[in-house]
Design a protein around this ligand. Sequence first.
Ligand code: NAI
Length: 466
Amino acid sequence: MADYDLIVIGAGPGGYVCAIRAAQLGMKVACVEGRGALGGTCLNVGCIPSKALLHASHLYAEADGHFAKMGIVAEPKIDMARMQEYRAGQVKELTGGVAFLFKKNKVDWIDGWARIEGAGKVAVSMNNGDSKSMTAKNIVIASGSEPASLPGVEVDEKRVVTSTGGLTLDRVPGKLVVIGAGVIGLELGSVWRRLGAEVQVIEYLDHITPGMDDEISRQFQKILTKQGLQFTLEAAVQGVDASGDRLVVTYKNRKDDSEATVEADIVLLATGRRAYTDGLGLEQAGIAVSKRGQVETNGQWKTSVDGIYAIGDVIDGPMLAHKAEDEGVAVAELLAGQHGHVNYGVIPGVIYTDPEVANVGKTEEDLKAEGRAYKVGKFPFMANGRAKAHFATDGFAKVLADKETDRILGVHVIGPSAGELIHEYCVAMEFGASAEDIARTCHAHPTLSEAMREAAMACGDGAIHV
Ligand code: NAI
């Protein structure tokens, strides 16, 4: 008899959700997590603390900018210690919430670091100094990811930081240099810019946010530039010299190979993340790993060893908490004899800047590459009454639909609450809806959602309000 039906390694959004769902489906479950808190990167040093700082800095920017226009007289001041307490408090409450859910669902939290000793066998070096051997019918690896390193850049998480240290600065830096114009760079760059830092983003490519619909990406860069972020594109960072009082960042302009330097108080390294598999013993256990260091799976989350599965950032696909959660549920259902499934064509992506940027499905570039005939419906937030009342008119919604069948193929939004608005289209796409289905659905007035409807109308006979 094995000790458990399932041992999950890692308690991030993939692992803890998998553990809870498996317990709900009747399995005896343990989840090994060595961080000392549940919730993984997302709750501890990622999504949640960054959203706390994004919210606080957004309100500060509103108070500094729009309050006076609305007749509110206030002089906002920043108390960084209090803001950081607020961030830490949110993290504590939410990670504690996961511990509560574990208890409620009778999932055993094993407080230590796991090593796989073969199919069904896990050894844990416990945080209290003990070691423990456990057996299970199945194992799920959900060990997540860590920031990728960059040659020449030594991270100390104080002056040269990744997203982890970038969340806990005790004062607003005078000058922040961000390496990489991806999601992390732009979210955290926005936080510190809004709080008063000078922010320069150095990006290797000739555009920001790789993989995003090109038209949205260009508009996004314009809006962020208007907010004061400076972009240096087509520049490869070569190194950071931390020997002096100020940091010196050296980069090479890719157009002409010339070298340039810039000084900074803080450097944020945000050049991507890589699978975290340290100490898991994958090689000894015979678990195949790709050239990029990710655990290989067969499309149904099964690794090369029977009874061992992997989900989330440690496998291929977008490194997103909600993708990991869905995989966690799917694997638990498969192990319970059900038909776990993830529709990878309908996974939304959101950047929580102001305005937010959200997308689901294909970009125009994808459709062109596929040679698929499509039509575009667009609607600007400038023409939406609610957005106007909120001083939030930057951006637009864009719907891509099949030219012949009108089926929705992709949706891209830059605008207020885009991260909430996108879900109407996620549901529509799950049901194989057409743009006309959205266009003919009554939407309450006055809402931001009306802009989403009008973009669908623009795929047909035309929007009303432009
Ligand atoms: P990213 O892959 O989104 O962007 C990294 C950027 O760095 C790229 O644009 C790349 O061209 C650039 N770069 C690489 N080497 C460079 C160099 N030497 N010099 C200059 N630029 C260079 O990675 P990021 O932002 O670190 O995010 C990591 C992961 O975390 C992503 O998969 C992201 O989806 C996820 N994430 C998602 C969030 C969300 O959904 N809101 C929030 C934060 C992270």
